[in-house]
Design a binder for this molecule. Structure first.
Ligand code: BGC
Length: 376
């Protein structure tokens, strides 16, 4: 699997001190921590991370979520490009997955069942006949512990969560860590680390929605997408993998060269019908540093996605319907945001030929995903 070397570079580049709630005199980097509310007796905080150029990332320990990414367009105009809510109530009662860390098993498990060493585990069903994104009270909906990591080169927040044995039906007590770093190159670096005390399954991701026009400003059909993947994972009508791994060549799923998301989305192609558009895992070729790019020609904003995982779920907001009113009172309409969720394939615990998602007690799962923003 591809290794990500970026963090090593960051760590040896030196340390610039900054303190939470305290603007450094040497540079503009700052982390602000504010009370956002209380959920089930636990404090929810909003962390505002500002990098050297004054670009802003906001994250919260409710679901370890990204709620705001403010980056410039080619004229220097800054705008938030991710879905979220301005208020605590909006967030708690809004879409369960916007920006969240999703686990213990991101995406679907067929009929909410899987077996390990002859023991069958049953999960809560929350997506028709299947389980989606770790179940109804998965990691997106719990309050994590959050702390500002001091004396790092860039603003950094560490979220940790202890997922108890049999939480949502999954075996093993699991210690989960998600560290967010907001670099001076406008990169959100997410480092995941998980350990368990019992054999279990794991598929962790971040579920941010992006619109490079600015969140709430129209749809993403003009966004030009590249995914460095020669193969994708076809699904059935309940969005569970059929077991086939299909080459993208000659299909509307071929994003090995750039295409606007909307260019072929209405073609009469079986998988576009099942997914109601794109809602599929791509098997990353993992040959180059960058695995996917999204370019929005009007603003000139570019987002690059870098992952060490075997796949990425490309979901283009087919189930958005304008009912969620987000930042600035803007509705999040049909296909107004896209997600590139790095991780394993859906339903892997029931597909022995897919890369394994089993985690054993003597192992440490470590993975890094980077979302990098620039203009061109
Ligand atoms: C799934 C979609 C689902 C969405 C929910 C995505 O990861 O692939 O099918 O509707 O999450 O936010």
């Amino acid at each position: 699997m591809k290794k990500i070397h970026l963090l090593a570079t960051i760590m040896i580049a030196g340390v610039i001190g900054f303190t939470s709630c305290n603007q450094s005199s040497k540079n503009k980097q700052v982390v602000k921590k504010e009370n956002f509310g209380v959920y089930k007796g636990k404090d929810v905080f909003l962390f505002t991370l500002t990098n050297k150029d004054g670009n802003v990332l906001k994250i919260t320990n409710f679901g370890a979520r990204i709620t705001w990414i403010e980056v410039p367009d080619k004229a220097g105009k800054k705008e938030n490009v991710t879905f979220g809510f301005d208020t605590y109530d909006g967030m708690i009662n809004g879409d369960p997955y916007f920006g969240a860390v999703v686990g213990r098993y991101a995406n679907r498990i067929a009929k909410g069942k899987f077996s390990l060493d002859g023991t069958e585990y049953s999960l809560a069903l929350n997506n028709g006949v299947n389980t989606l994104h770790g179940g109804p009270t998965g990691w997106h909906s719990v309050v994590w512990d959050g702390e500002v990591v001091e004396k790092t080169e860039f603003p950094t927040i560490k979220f940790t969560y202890k997922s108890p044995d049999m939480e949502e039906g999954y075996p093993g007590n699991m210690d989960v860590e998600a560290i967010y770093t907001w670099t001076d190159k406008n990169e959100i670096v997410i480092d995941y680390k998980c350990t368990t005390d019992k054999k279990t399954v794991l598929n962790i991701t971040n579920h941010a929605y992006f619109n490079l026009h600015g969140a709430g400003n129209g749809d993403i059909l003009d966004h030009e997408l590249v995914i460095k993947a020669s193969t994708f994972v076809p699904v059935d009508s309940t969005l569970i993998p059929t077991g086939e791994l299909r080459p993208v060549t000659g299909t509307p799923f071929d994003f090995t060269t750039h295409h606007p998301v909307g260019e072929r989305i209405s073609e009469n192609y079986d998988q576009l019908v099942y997914g109601k558009g794109y809602d599929h895992t791509y098997i990353l070729d993992n040959k180059e540093e960058v695995d996917a790019t999204v370019y929005e020609p009007i603003s000139g904003r570019l987002m690059e996605v870098i992952s060490d995982q075997p796949g990425v779920q490309f979901y283009c907001g087919n189930f958005l319907n304008g009912k969620r009113i987000g930042h600035g009172g803007k509705p999040y309409n049909f296909r107004s945001g896209l997600c590139l969720e790095t991780g394993h394939y859906p339903d892997s615990p029931n597909h022995p030929d897919f890369p394994t998602t089993v985690l054993n007690p003597n192992e440490t799962f470590k993975s890094t995903t980077i979302y990098r923003f620039s203009v061109k």
